[in-house]
Structure formats: structure tokens, C-alpha cells
Design a protein around this ligand. Structure first.
Ligand SMILES: Cc1ncc(COP(=O)(O)O)c(C=O)c1O
Length: 409
């Protein structure tokens, strides 16, 4: 990492990385599922509960005032991280809920015959909410990938038409690691008169996000994959759109007035935040963002690229391995999926676990992509700021060991 903070220094902030698993130092390579949390994040959340806890936006006492201030200043910090305004930055419980918010609040206004385009490389969170709309008469189309794992942009160009209302695309694939050209995709969608939603659950942890530059209409991400706590997510939406659409959840905090006859809605962003909010989650995400900013997002991405290229180079030399997705780190981030001979990914993950190495095996919540790749499952190693090149060597040794166990040449 070209930074004054090296992966080895960073590791001191993550006590879990000191653990031994089955007698071996833990090699945590399941970061696309969730990242570990630094002490700075867990301690700030603890301090919040120990010193300031109160319900926000309601009471006038000192603690409530402090909690509200902490919550709203966290929002400002989180908004500025993606170059958004605080009123356009809605707190949810995860990326999945952010996308569901759009499907319900915006999508239920669509008409029969309207079309939504997504891609074959999406996580289920960016497919199933659109299938819900498809069950109500909306046409759902999928853009395919090339055999190298890149999105077929010319197919998108052909599928866009005056009925297209939304292009919903992932920034980074959680299986292939492919980085999609989201600025181009957003502009293609707009040229056709459609909106663009970006699922940045895998992109935001590693690549600088600027919603104004991307010019997307909605963007979803989730705190737990970027050093923050679970149960905390964000939906960015353009103000003019958010003002027009209906709320998602109804109840306390999201109203301006309630009478027996009906209700009016609060201002943005609170119109979309019904009920008691996850204050410690907001503080945790804001602290995680401070941590990433201190390293510098360019350095985070540089490290990501170095790890990825090294992993591709080292793992490619293993006889019998099949790596899925682009073979250059330039258009790839975070996740490296592969199969080794005919070893089932679950067996492989179990053998690696014996050696203290944590990877993910399965369909990775991307079953349509598995079908496209022609496999039921893959193994996936995924990296983050605290991983080292030596850990990739340990993974390679673990894979050679698995081949011996299964007597594969
Ligand atoms: C690309 C992508 N989108 C969305 C999600 C869903 O994130 P969450 O479970 O935090 O809602 C994931 C989680 O793995 C993901 O990888």
C-alpha cells in the first residue's frame, strides 16, 4: 500500500486478526461477505452508548440533543464521503433494504409494459426486488457478460428503449470482482430517458464514490462491508426524485402532521426513516469512513489492486484451477472466485479452515450468475486493507494441500 499506513500496521487495530484457528494464525479472506471492524469503530460505538444514548429528534433533554447531533453529524460525514447532500442520504438497515426502498417507493408507480434492465452478475438483492415488480407487470431484462466476466455494454445499448425506466447495475460484482463502467452506464440510461441505480455494496468499500460524477439517480451501500457495523445501510437518491416519490415505511418520525383523516410527510431525508433509527450504526459507519479517509481511498484501491494482481498471478500457476472473471486487477476489485479440479467448494473451504484460512464457498447470492458460469458454486477469496501478500501465499499453499488430500494431479 503506497501509504504511510501499511497493512501490517493496520492489523493492530483489528483484534480478531490476532486469533488462531485450528492452531494456525487466522487468514481472513471473506471480506466480500463482511469486513472486520477496527477498534476505533467498536470503541466509538461503545462510547456513544456509555455517554450519550437517547432517542433522537424527540426529547429536549441534554442526552437527546447530543444523540441527535451525533446522528446528524454522522450523516453529514457519510454524505460528504460520496459527495452527496445530507438530505439525499437516507439511512436504512443495509444495501438490500436501500434497493427495496426504491422498488417499493418508486417502483410501485410504474405502469404495465415499463421495463427495468439489470445484469446477470447481480447479487440477489439487485434482482429479487425487481422480480417483485415483474410479478406486477413490469418487464425485467438481464444483460449478459462476456466469457471474461465483463458486462456486454453493446447488449445494454440494444436493450435500452423508450419503455426502459431503470437500469439497476452493480458497481463491483461480488463473485467476478468485475468493476463496471457505471458512469457510462448511467449516461446511457439517461440518454434513453431511464434512471440509473448503482449497487455499491462491493464498490464503496474500495473505490472512491462520487455520486455527482457518476450522475446516478440512486446508489445503495452497506456499512458492514466497509469496516462499519451490521444493520446499517445507506440509500443516496437525487433530491428531486426523493421529493416526488412516496415513503417506503410509515409511522413515527417520518411524518409532519397526523390527524385521524390522514398524514403529511416530514422533510428529506426523514420522510424515509420511519421509527427509531440506528444511531450507533450511523456513528459506527461515520467512524469507519474516517478510518478509510485517513488511509486515503486511492491507497485503499492501490492495495486492492496489488492484492488482486498478486492473487491472480499466484493462483493461476496452480494446475487445475479455474478462475472466474477478468484476469487483470485494473478492472477487478476485491473478490476472486475459482474452482479447483472437481473438489466441491464446500469441501475446499473446510480443508482451508483446518489451516486457519477463511474463504466463502457456495453461490454467493448470485444464482443466475452461477447458471451463466455453468457451475453450482465457486470458492471465493476476498481481500481488504489488512490482508497481506503472505496471506495469499498461505492460500496457495492451502490449495496445494487440498489437491494432495483429494489426490488431484
Ligand atoms: C453486490 C452486493 N449487493 C448487495 C449486497 C447485499 O448487502 P446487504 O446484505 O448488506 O444488504 C451484497 C452482499 O453481499 C453484495 O455483495
Amino acid at each position: 500500500m503506497q501509504s504511510n499506513i501499511t497493512a501490517n500496521e493496520i492489523r493492530k487495530d483489528f483484534p480478531v486478526l490476532q486469533r488462531k484457528i485450528n492452531g494456525h494464525p487466522l487468514v481472513y479472506l471473506d471480506n466480500s461477505a463482511t469486513s472486520q471492524k477496527p477498534l476505533q469503530v467498536t470503541e466509538t460505538m461503545k462510547r456513544y452508548y456509555e455517554n450519550h444514548n437517547a432517542n433522537i429528534h424527540r426529547s429536549v433533554h441534554k442526552l437527546a440533543e447530543e444523540a441527535t447531533e451525533i446522528f446528524e453529524s454522522s450523516r453529514k460525514n457519510i454524505a460528504s464521503f460520496i459527495n452527496a447532500n445530507p438530505e439525499e442520504t437516507i439511512f436504512t438497515k443495509n444495501a438490500t433494504e436501500s434497493i427495496n426502498l426504491v422498488a417499493y417507493a418508486w417502483g410501485l408507480g410504474l405502469q404495465k409494459g415499463d421495463e427495468i434492465i439489470t445484469t446477470i452478475m447481480e447479487h440477489h438483492s439487485n434482482i429479487v426486488p425487481w422480480q417483485f415488480l415483474a410479478s406486477r407487470g413490469i418487464k425485467l431484462k438481464f444483460i449478459d457478460i462476456t466469457d471474461d466476466g465483463l458486462l456486454k455494454i453493446d447488449q445494454l445499448e440494444n436493450e435500452l428503449n423508450s419503455n426502459t425506466k431503470l437500469v439497476a447495475v452493480t458497481h463491483v460484482s461480488n463473485v467476478l470482482g468485475t468493476i463496471n463502467p457505471i458512469e457510462d452506464i448511467s449516461s446511457m440510461a439517461h440518454n434513453a430517458g431511464a434512471l440509473c441505480l448503482v449497487d455499491a455494496a462491493q464498490g464503496a468499500p474500495k473505490i472512491k464514490i462520487d455520486v455527482k460524477k457518476i450522475n446516478c439517480d440512486f446508489l445503495a451501500f452497506t456499512a458492514h462491508k466497509m469496516l462499519g457495523p451490521m444493520g446499517m445501510g445507506v440509500l443516496y437518491g437525487k433530491k428531486e426524485l426523493l421529493e416526488k416519490i412516496n415513503p417506503f415505511n410509515y409511522g413515527g418520525d417520518m411524518i409532519r402532521t397526523v390527524t385521524k383523516e390522514g398524514s403529511t410527510w416530514n422533510d428529506l431525508p426523514w420522510k424515509f426513516e420511519a421509527g427509531t433509527s440506528n444511531v450507533s450504526g450511523a456513528v459506527g459507519l461515520s467512524t469507519a469512513i474516517d478510518y478509510l479517509k485517513k488511509i486515503g481511498m486511492e491507497n485503499v484501491r492501490e492495495h486492492d489492486k496489488n492484492m488482486m494482481q498478486y492473487a491472480i498471478d499466484v493462483l493461476s500457476t496452480i494446475k487445475g484451477i479455474k478462475i472466474y472473471g477478468p484476469l487483470t486487477a485494473e478492472n477487478r476489485s476485491g473478490a476472486l472466485s475459482f474452482n479447483l479440479g472437481d473438489i466441491h467448494p464446500h469441501d475446499l473451504a473446510t480443508i482451508l479452515n483446518d489451516k486457519g484460512i477463511a474463504i466463502r464457498s457456495g453461490h454467493h447470492c448470485a444464482q443466475p450468475l452461477m447458471e451463466r458460469l455453468g457451475v453450482p458454486a465457486t470458492s471465493r477469496a476476498s481481500f481488504y486493507i489488512y490482508n497481506t501478500l503472505e496471506e495469499i501465499d498461505r492460500l496457495a499453499e492451502g490449495l496445494e494441500h487440498a489437491k494432495n488430500v483429494f489426490k488431484i494431479e
